[in-house]
Write a new protein. Sequence first.
Length: 520
Amino acid sequence: MSDPTADKITATLAGRVEKSSLARQQKSRGRIISVGDGIAVIAGLSEVKASERLNFGGGVFGIALNLDESTVGAVILGDDTGLKEGGEVRSTGEVMSVPVGDELIGRVVNALGEPIDGKGPIKTKKRAPVDVVAPGVISRQSVDTPLHTGVKAIDAMVPIGRGQRELIIGDRQSGKTALIVDTILNQKKGDVISIYVAIGQKASKVARLVATLEEHGAMERSVVVVATATDPAAQLYLAPYAGCTIGEYFRDSGRDALIAYDDLSKHATAYRELSLLLRRPSGREAYPGDVFYLHSRLLERAARLNKEHGNGSLTALPVIETQAGDLSAYIPTNVISITDGQIYLETDLFYQGIRPAINVGNSVSRVGGAAQTKAMKSVAGSLRLELAQYRELAAFAQFGSDLGEETRGRLDRGARLTEVLKQDQYQPLKDYQQVVIIYAATSGGLDDVAVERIQEFGAQFIPYVEQKHGKVATALKKEPVLTDELKAELDKAITQFKKAKRFSQSSDDRHQTSDASRES
C-alpha cells in the first residue's frame, strides 16, 4: 500500500514543478505590440538578456537591444513583412552568434554567417558570440612584426604592424578600397588570413571585388562578409561584429589575421537609424550617446596576443569616409582617437595622378619603425621629412622663379621621390623590392634621371637587380638588413643600369625638367 502522506507530498511537488515550468515558459515568451521599419516592440520576455537572439517564427530572428521595464525593443534581422501585432516571440537563451572556422575561408557570407556565394552550405563545428570583451592588457604584447601591404608609400612612411589598428580615411572615390584590395592581394602567399567586411555598399561593387580577389588567387586565403545597401539596417549594424568574430577565431588559434571594415561611416549611420527607431535619446548630429563605444568596443578587439595566449594577432583596417576632407567631423574624430594612426587620402593628390594619394602631413603610424624591417627603416628614415618639405617648398615655388641652389635641389629630389612612390593598383611589391627602389631614390641615385622616366626606371630596375645582382635580392629575402656591402652592390647596380639604359641626364636638363614639372 502506498503512503498517503508521501503521495500528497509528491503531488504537491509535481504541481510546483509544473507551475515553475509554466512560469519559465511565460517568461521566455512574448507578444508583438508593434512592428515596422525593422523594429519590433515586444511585451513579456521578462528574463531576456541584452543582445539575446529572439525567434519570431518562420525563420525570422532578431536581437534584443532595448530592455525596458515592461517591453523589449528588438531589431529584426530578416524580412519583417510576415510579422504582425499579437504574434508570438520566443527567447532562445543564447546571445547573437555566428559560425566560425577554417571552413569559411574562400567563402562569401552575410552578416549572419550564411553563405551567399552559391557554393553550397558551410559546415562549421563552432559558433561564437558576435559581441565579446576585448583581450586585456595582460594577454597582449607590443606590436613589432610588420604586416606588409605591398604599397611602397605605406610600408615606407606609415608602416602597419600585426595587431595594429590603422585607419584609412578620405573622401569618396579617393582610393580607400583600392589600398585594402592591394593589401589583401599581398597576403595571398603569406601566413595572414584576410577578412573583408563590406558595409552598405552596392552588391555590384562587392561582386567586382570578389572577382578581383579570385582572379589574383587571393580569395583562397580570404573571407568576405557582406551587408549591402539594400539589406536591413540591423544587418549593417551586425556585419562588422560578425567579421571580427570570424577573425578572432584565427587570432585565438595562434594565427595572424587581417580585417578591413569598409566602411564604418555607413555602420554609424545604420546604428543611428536603429537607435532613433528604438526611441533612444539622440545627441550630436542625431547619433546616440554611445556611438563612440559602438566603434571602440569593435576596434579594441584587434590585438597581438602574447605566447601564453597563442601568439596570434588580428590587425584592423577601418575605413571612414569624410565630406570635403573634413577630418574634424564627429565620426572621423571618434575613430581617429580609437586607432593607432591614420592614412589620409587626399582628393586633390588623387586627381593630380599621385596614387596612392597619401597626404604625408596628416598620415601617421603610432607604431612607427617597430613595424618595419631594418632594411626598410634604414632607407626610408628621411622619406617623410623630405616629402613634407617638398610639398611646402613646391607651394611657395609657384609664386617665384628665383630659387636658390639648395631649394632647387630639394624640389628636384622631392619630385623624384613622389614619382617613386606612385604605384598602380593590383601590383603590390615585396619588401626587398621596395627597399631596392627606395634606396635608389633616397641615396641620390635618381637625381640625374628625368622625372618623367622615374616610373620606367622603377619598373625595369627591380627585375634588373634580381637577374644581374641576385645576391642582393637573396640576402634581403634571407635577412632584411641593408649592410654596407649590399649598399655598395646596389650603388654599382644603379650606375651600371643607368649607363646601360641611358637614364642619366645633364644638370641643365634636370633643372629644365624640374621647372616644367612645377609649372604643370
